[in-house]
Write a protein that binds this ligand. Structure first.
Ligand SMILES: *Cc1c(COP(=O)(O)O)cnc(C)c1O
Length: 322
């Protein structure tokens, strides 16, 4: 099961009124460091602060009238739920979001502010997922996976189209990899047009379910530990249809980053780009900063995937002594 370039191009037309193309800006400090042009894609500048708006918009805009009337339900660590809630509000579609008890409070409030019905239950992602699927059945809602959904993947893939449009001669693109919706879409968009561009998946050091599954050749369970990048670690349901096969086929290589490296990258991005990103959003830059030889002289793009982290939390993380 797969999606093709045309699906992503259709998604781009569909979501454009709601999701303007985000800027791809040169980072002067990274470019000096790597003696090459290094670009950052500011998904922080979507109206919900993360790229998930693309997939959520494409999904809700492709629903039938009947599905729109019934509403949707999802399980999300924050950004996907937030994006669905916002789009649902705009389009008049009911959105129910199931989350675990470990999701940070600022993300819970963000969901409620956008008008979602929030259900907090379960200590890990597997439990929240089971809960959402049960409620979908009971309340006749459409379950929308945060990553394993053809329309969501096509939506996230619009980032790949924008990258090539803005910088056709990139050598390398770094893409955060968790459930793999972002990677499947972006890699498909890029590899269908420019198979020579290296696409590298960036996972957290712990709980990297997709990477471990690709290594094993089948979906495996991983231990879930709290991470500074709460959007990155997490399990992949065994009934995966799209992202495991797509990531297995399309990703050239993988880099893992530790919480310490991510924190360093958050600090670096704040100082050099004057931009606050959440842990997951900094992972690409963390991979760059900790693999300098590999990227010297290569025209590379990394994605600042999201900025949903409270200012106080950032301040405390970056100033532990105060
Ligand atoms: C969802 C998310 C990711 C990972 O995307 P997947 O499609 O699950 O691989 C990375 N960064 C942020 C900020 C996210 O919200």
């Amino acid at each position: 099961m797969t999606i093709d370039l045309f699906d992503i191009q259709c998604a781009e037309n569909r979501i454009r009124p709601y999701v303007p193309a985000t800027p791809l800006l040169i980072s002067h400090s990274l470019s000096r460091l790597f003696k090459s042009d290094i670009f950052l894609k500011y998904e922080t500048l979507t109206s919900t602060g993360a790229f998930k708006l693309r997939g959520a918009a494409n999904k809700l805009l492709t629903l039938s009238d009947n599905q729109r009337k019934r509403g949707v339900i999802t399980v999300s660590s924050g950004n996907h739920g937030r994006a669905l809630a916002y789009m649902g509000h705009l389009l008049g579609i009911r959105v129910v979001v199931c989350i675990t008890e470990i999701v940070p409070s600022e993300k819970v409030q963000g969901l409620k502010d956008f008008g979602a019905d929030v259900i907090i239950e379960g200590l890990n992602q597997d439990q929240a997922d089971a809960n959402a699927r049960r409620l979908a059945e009971r309340d006749n809602l459409l379950f929308v996976s945060p990553f394993d959904d053809a329309d969501v993947i096509a939506g996230q893939g619009t980032i790949g189209l924008e990258l090539l449009e803005a910088q056709p001669d990139l050598d390398c693109v770094l893409v955060q990899l968790s459930g793999g919706g972002l990677m499947s879409g972006v890699a498909k968009a890029i590899k269908s047009q420019r198979p020579d561009i290296e696409v590298i998946g960036i996972s957290s050091l712990h709980g990297a379910a997709m990477l471990e599954s690709i290594k094993a050749g089948h979906i495996v369970d991983v231990d879930e530990k709290p991470s500074i990048a709460d959007a990155l670690p997490g399990p992949i349901p065994k009934d995966n249809r799209y992202t495991f096969p797509m990531c297995s086929k399309l990703v050239d290589d993988h880099i893992q980053v530790s919480d310490e490296q991510i924190l360093g990258a958050m600090d670096y991005i704040l100082q050099s780009e004057k931009c606050i990103v959440e842990g997951g959003g900094a992972a690409g830059v963390a991979a760059l900063l900790n693999n300098q030889e590999r990227f010297i002289g290569r025209k590379t793009a990394a994605i600042l995937t999201g900025n949903n982290i409270g200012y106080e939390r950032v301040f405390k993380l970056l100033n532990p002594a105060i």
